[in-house]
Design a protein around this ligand. Sequence first.
Ligand SMILES: C[S@@+](CC[C@H](N)C(=O)[O-])C[C@H]1O[C@@H](n2cnc3c(N)ncnc32)[C@H](O)[C@@H]1O
Length: 250
Amino acid sequence: MGRKFYSHARLYDLMFPDRGPATEFYRAQAASQGGSVLELGCGTGRKLIPIAADGRQCVGMDLSEEMLAEARRKAAARRVDVQWTHGDMSEFDLGRTFDLVFIAANSLLHLHDAESLVACFQSVRKHLAPGGRFVFDVFNPSPRLLSEADGVRRTRQSLSFVDPERGEVRVDVAEVYDAAAQVTRGTWYLSAATDLDFVVAPLEIRSIFPQELPLLLSLGGLRLIDRFGDWSRTPFTGGAALQLCVCQAE
Ligand SMILES: C[S@@+](CC[C@H](N)C(=O)[O-])C[C@H]1O[C@@H](n2cnc3c(N)ncnc32)[C@H](O)[C@@H]1O
């Protein structure tokens, strides 16, 4: 799940500043569905807080207490009401249903084996109200990028950020791809000028290939009704960066 990686919730928000199109996409989904919203792997609430601010009834679930604490702090600062709950998306029972359930920003890929993914989809299915939608985005695995994961530590210039407490922070990542497990196993290193490697944290993320995705959903009682390749709803093709999936109960 990347427990150590996500224990740095404040740094997470600085490293991955909110990307407007993704939040706008999920806001629009919530608006067109109407009713209540559940986000699994909600993190610091970057998508859910704006949706709740639109007046929707929202529940956010995450496995990291630190991410939830940051979400609570931000929602309180904005005076937005969200029910935050600690839980594991691989199996959960909130005893109610929702009009929209979503999993954003590759959070689903923290479930590595097929059984966990199917169990997650089964739980999602149980939480969908009649006519409800399940929407999620995961990256489209690129064989070229996966084959380049050679274990060498490299700086990711595009992720460097300024931490008000430490100044400029450099982000290095070393990754290898375990093809049998379909999991990229990475180590993330954060360094400031006077504080080398002040964070060293593992992060492992699965690949879900385009043909297996609808089959896993189907085993969970869900049907893929739309797959887009970007936030402007371009239909998915092999070269797309994203698999943005809209599903309903079978
Ligand atoms: C990449 S972050 C995305 C956070 C948020 N959805 C966003 O868009 O900013 C992934 C989140 O998934 C959470 N997570 C990982 N495994 C989980 C699990 N099994 N159940 C619930 N949350 C999980 C992590 O704690 C983290 O907050």
